[in-house]
Design a protein around this ligand. Structure first.
Ligand SMILES: Nc1ncnc2c1ncn2[C@@H]1O[C@H](COP(=O)(O)OP(=O)(O)OP(=O)(O)O)[C@@H](O)[C@H]1O
Ligand SMILES: Cc1ncc(CO)c(N)n1
Ligand SMILES: [Mg+2]
Length: 507
């Protein structure tokens, strides 16, 4: 029992958010919980008001009675070691006063105040009556206050703020109200191509520049910025570090979420958990596959390596040295553990040499070792499922013998087609040979680039490349390079044949 007590204890960085609930979950308490969760910080929550809210605006506000806000504060602060308190919507003077009392009673390292007043949709979240108590009691206790342009203006008695220069003036004036640091947020700054926030610590200004993401999904950026600052502080960052990291987090989340469609209104929520999901997203534009990589595609074979007494890494190193433009690990006999280890080692070899490394059949191994993609056969994982597991950036190749299979590969989101066996081969038992005619038929029909495979070597590679359809990009070989005394020499020889075949068919 004692063992359990001592050994497992680890203090979790802890933010307490004191804010309103947003039923649409883009802003408020829900944004704070997600931001802290995404940044690895525990977040407890004291709810000051319940709002009925969606992407159209705020349909209703229901403040929590002050006694019950106090009860929640006491419950959390008396029991849990809170590092940082972050405040959002504080709908009444009484609630602010109760909060100030509780913060004085229980020690916390830092207080982040987001002076929420009006939602972006223009709905009032806190009565103007709170301004005095905010200025006089809460702000002097704050380590940082994070007004947007409208809130900064309200704190300064309605002075209009329109330019970055105005933001400097505002930051200085708000600092005089007592907070240790101020960040005036420029999300609402009109016609600016970047998103500028102005930070002031009482001595120095820091202009925080970020790209302005073109998106409707900005609901909750303010809450997220403030709770991310709180989370970074709880993890031990300095204030300038925390502010920069938070700004960066918001920008990345917005960029990732710019096309997400939730709700019919003008301002949608964004995804705080983009880091968890980004490899799963099929809609993002990036694709990083160059069909020319198929030119000399080397496919490993464990039996051949065994026969010649080589490790898989030695074989991969040599074939790249000889000029291979892409490598596939095809380990039909290896145990998973052994396969993953070998694959990791090969990733280390291929990556710095700019050669993509694919894994045959095993999507799990490809993910585990960080390979560039997979090659699947007709009886392996279907391309569309491999794509949904691997995300948009990985390369997927599919073995096809017919135009119909090539069309299905294209529809499933594959990047290339491997067509064969072109010639009879010993590498693959019972494999139907499609011949040069079968290859030509697939190449003519395929929407995807094609690599020819099966019994190809220096002796017959020219006859393959002479098919010369625009889709045929190269040859994939096994024995021609790996079942050889010198991998480097044979690969060079094949590359020379391929290069001259391409030159000849071009003239
Ligand atoms: N389109 C955008 N692209 C990049 N950053 C943005 C964009 N919109 C806002 N930001 C950034 O998000 C943070 C919050 O700024 P903003 O001025 O929108 O706060 P807010 O009005 O309090 O937000 P909320 O709608 O949550 O109340 C700032 O760091 C700001 O620069
Ligand atoms: C509950 C709540 N807090 C803060 C904001 C500010 O965006 C909002 N819209 N809703
Ligand atoms: Mg706000």
């Amino acid at each position: 029992m004692e063992q359990v007590e001592g050994a497992g204890k680890r203090k979790a960085p802890h933010v307490l958010t004191v804010a309103g609930s947003d039923s649409g979950a883009g802003a408020g308490i829900q944004a704070d919980l997600k931001a802290c969760g995404a940044l690895g910080v525990y977040c407890s929550s004291v709810i000051t008001a319940v709002t009925a809210q969606n992407t159209l605006g705020v349909q209703g506000v229901h403040p929590v009675p002050v006694d019950f806000v106090e009860d929640q504060l006491r419950s959390v602060l008396s029991d849990m070691e809170v590092d940082v308190v972050k405040t959002g919507m504080l709908p009444s003077v009484d609630i602010i006063k109760a909060l100030c009392d509780k913060i004085k009673e229980f020690h916390v390292k830092a207080l982040v105040v987001d002076p929420v007043m009006v939602s972006t949709s223009g709905d009032v979240l806190a009565a103007p009556a709170i301004l005095d108590v905010l200025r006089e009691e809460l702000l002097p206790m704050a380590d940082i206050v994070t007004p947007n342009l409208i809130e900064a203006s309200a704190l300064l008695g309605g002075q209009s703020l329109e330019t970055v220069a105005d933001m400097y003036t505002a930051a200085r004036s708000i600092h005089k109200l007592g907070p240790r640091n101020v960040i005036v947020k420029g999300g609402h700054l009109s016609d600016s191509s970047d998103a500028v926030d102005v930070f002031f610590d009482g001595e120095q200004f820091l202009e925080l520049h970020g790209q302005r993401v073109k998106t409707r999904n900005t609901h909750g950026t303010g809450c997220t910025l403030a709770s991310s600052i709180a989370a970074e502080l709880a993890k031990g960052s300095s204030m300038p570090q925390a502010v920069k990291a938070a700004k960066n987090f918001v920008e990345n989340a917005l960029r990732y979420s710019k096309d997400i469609a939730i709700g019919a209104g003008p301002q949608g929520p964004f995804d705080h958990f983009f880091k968890l999901n980004d490899h799963m997203d099929n809609t993002s534009e990036k694709r990083r596959f160059d069909p020319n990589d198929l030119f000399l595609y080397a496919v490993t074979d464990s039996r051949m390596n065994k026969k010649w007494g080589r490790s898989i890494t030695e074989a991969v190193k040599s074939v790249i040295e000889g000029g291979a433009t892409m490598v596939q690990l095809r380990e039909k006999e290896a145990e998973t553990r052994e396969f993953v280890e070998a694959a990791r080692a090969c990733v280390e070899i291929c990556r710095p040499r700019g050669v993509p490394l694919l894994i045959n059949d095993r999507v799990d191994v490809a993910l585990a070792c960080g390979a560039d993609g997979v090659h699947v056969g007709q009886s392996d994982m279907p391309a569309h499922l491999a794509r949904s597991l691997l995300g948009p950036a990985k390369i997927i190749g599919v073995s096809c013998k017919t135009p119909a299979q090539a069309a299905a590969a294209f529809a499933g989101g594959a990047d290339y087609v491997g067509c064969g066996g072109v010639f009879p081969t010993n590498t693959k038992a019972n494999n139907v040979t499609v011949g040069l005619d079968g290859l030509r038929t697939v190449c003519m029909a395929s929407e995807l680039p094609v690599v020819a495979i099966g019994g190809i070597g220096a002796g017959n590679a020219s006859s393959v490349m002479e098919i010369a359809t625009p889709t045929l990009k190269g040859v994939a070989v096994v024995s021609a390079v790996f079942d050889q005394e010198s991998i480097v020499a044979e690969t060079r020889k094949l590359k020379a044949v391929l290069t001259s075949a391409v030159v000849n068919s071009a003239v």
